[in-house]
Design a protein around this ligand. Structure first.
Ligand SMILES: Cc1cc2nc3c(=O)[nH]c(=O)nc-3n(C[C@H](O)[C@H](O)[C@H](O)COP(=O)(O)O)c2cc1C
Length: 190
């Protein structure tokens, strides 16, 4: 495993060390690093190899503030204690969108897989991020507002909002459910 390396870190290190980061250093993220991350991201699998992605790289402070405000405004009541204020503090937000005409009916899967690739690529470059949805399952409000704000064409669906920044926090250890609870051999329960 150690022989596979991304930016000098093994794949295993990248996967094991990635955590959601919601606090960022006041340090710029060079455009070349963003490009390298997106180069890795676009290697993700996609339905019928449609590669339907668009990545809107937002650096403007006012646009970041508005994205954060939208995410808070459309937050369902049961999740109100989880503020998205931190989004506006990240130096960069990448909005992952998918072109419906290239998605073969698999918009969300295509967007989510690219997001997973992006989160790992960010970790490999020493950057922190966290998965945030750009849509609500039963309310088109958030994705419509994000689309208007970023001038997304009609056929492009925003899927995730991903802050990027050098981490300014170390998350506490994550409790993992036992693997044995998850693995079944041949049949569920075995
Ligand atoms: C579908 C999905 C939605 C999420 N939504 C939010 C969110 O709205 N706000 C947030 O701060 N984190 C969000 N997260 C991040 C999770 O809270 C985080 O991945 C989880 O607690 C595990 O922690 P880790 O990423 O550090 O391993 C989301 C993650 C997923 C996969």
């Amino acid at each position: 495993m150690g022989e596979t390396s991304v930016s000098g870190r093994s794949f295993e290190e990248v996967v094991l060390q990635r955590r959601s980061i919601r606090c960022y250093q006041h340090r710029d993220v060079p455009e070349a690093v963003i490009t390298e991350i997106l180069e890795t991201t676009r290697q993700a699998p996609s339905s019928m190899n449609g590669q339907p992605w668009c990545f809107v790289v937002v650096r403007d402070a006012e646009t970041r503030r508005r994205i954060s405000e939208l995410k808070n405004r459309f937050c369902p009541p049961e999740k109100r204690s989880f503020s998205a204020d931190f989004l506006s503090q990240a130096p960069v937000i990448v909005v992952v969108g998918v072109d419906r005409s290239r998605s073969f009916g698999r918009e969300l899967e295509n967007g989510v897989l690219a997001t997973a690739w992006l989160l790992l690529a960010a970790q490999a470059h020493g950057l922190g991020s966290v998965y945030l949805s750009a849509y609500q399952p039963h309310d088109p409000g958030l994705e419509v507002e994000i689309g208007n704000l970023l001038r997304l064409p009609e056929g492009v669906q925003p899927v995730t909002l991903l802050p990027l920044g050098y981490p300014a926090e170390t998350p506490s250890t994550k409790e993992l459910r036992p693997l044995t609870e998850m693995i079944h051999h041949e049949f569920f329960g075995e």
